[in-house]
Design a protein around this ligand. Structure first.
Ligand SMILES: O=C(O)CCC(=O)C(=O)O
Length: 285
């Protein structure tokens, strides 16, 4: 069980991120690594294809970082971690939210000698729901290092102006370009912090914090699982469904209302004790 301290909450508010040494145990790391192998081979345990499959063994560009979004729908080991109530509670607490839903997960695998992921602000892609806020828990499945292309944050950048989505996310020419332009507009010299943690550790970040990751120059893979949480009381915003990642996730919009259906955006923790009951049924099938 992960629990936040008061000091960690203050650190998060100040920096826009929080680095932690331990989120999951060694057995879970091993199980998740096996699930990563299966997902990128196209083996989907539940029969459901994840929402975004950007890399597969037979067809994926070997120079690129591999990514799948919403692996939890395909794989129950991934789902068990992504829907953990203690992680949901930590995300809600850091956001000052009444509760948390899973907005999306990221299954990320950056093998040795593979390419960067561009710096961005997550919230810039989320106008399709309101309040369009995200707060994320990034979990490392390998010991991480600067030379191994670990996640990087710009300290305090959650307080910068909000930028629009720009450029390529996968393998861009200059992965820091848009962050540097934003820093210039802000009139600050960005202070970059690399998340260097043992496997099983990780970080939390605010939806407006600038972050990205560099080339993996090490001899080792860098795998991570990310739970991106939205507020439990968020709803679709019908005026902006086609913006950012809306074209993918507005597919789950119901005909008659703007509610986010819990079957696709499950509530993993809420302050009144509620948790989407179908989660347990799904995990035990
Ligand atoms: O793991 C990475 O390199 C990038 C992750 C990311 O963009 C995120 O967690 O929001």
């Amino acid at each position: 069980m992960f629990e936040l301290s008061q000091k960690q909450k203050l650190e998060f508010e100040e920096n826009g991120f929080l680095v932690v040494d331990k989120l999951i145990d060694e057995d879970t790391v091993e199980q998740l690594r096996e699930s990563f192998d299966k997902l990128f081979r196209g083996e989907f345990e539940t029969g459901i294809t994840p929402d975004e499959v950007n890399w597969q063994e037979a067809t994926g560009d070997p120079t690129r970082t591999r990514q799948i979004c919403n692996g939890w729908k395909a794989d129950r080991t991934i789902a068990t971690v992504v829907t953990r109530a203690d992680i949901g509670k930590a995300v809600a607490t850091l956001g000052g939210w009444p509760g948390v839903r899973v907005m999306i997960d990221n299954v990320i695998w950056k093998p040795s000698q593979t390419r960067e992921l561009a710096y961005h602000q997550d919230n810039a892609y989320l106008a399709w729901y309101t309040p369009s806020e995200l707060l994320s828990c990034w979990i490392a499945l390998d010991d991480t290092s600067r030379e191994g292309g670990t996640l990087e944050f710009v300290r305090g950048s959650h307080k910068w102006h909000h930028s629009k989505p720009e450029g390529e996310f996968h393998a861009p020419e200059d992965y820091k370009k848009y962050m540097h332009l934003a820093a210039e507009r802000e009139g600050v010299n960005p202070e970059i912090v690399h998340v260097e943690v043992p496997k099983g550790g990780g970080s939390f970040h605010h939806g407006w914090t600038w972050h990205g990751s560099g080339f993996n120059q090490s001899a080792h893979p860098r795998r991570s699982l990310v739970m991106h949480g939205m507020r439990s009381d968020a709803e679709y915003d019908p005026a902006h469904l086609s913006e950012g990642t809306g074209p993918i996730y507005s597919r789950y919009k119901r005909l008659g209302d703007n509610a986010l259906d819990e079957n696709f955006f499950p509530v993993t923790w809420r302050e009144d004790g509620y948790r989407t009951p179908e989660i347990q049924k799904f995990l035990l099938q």
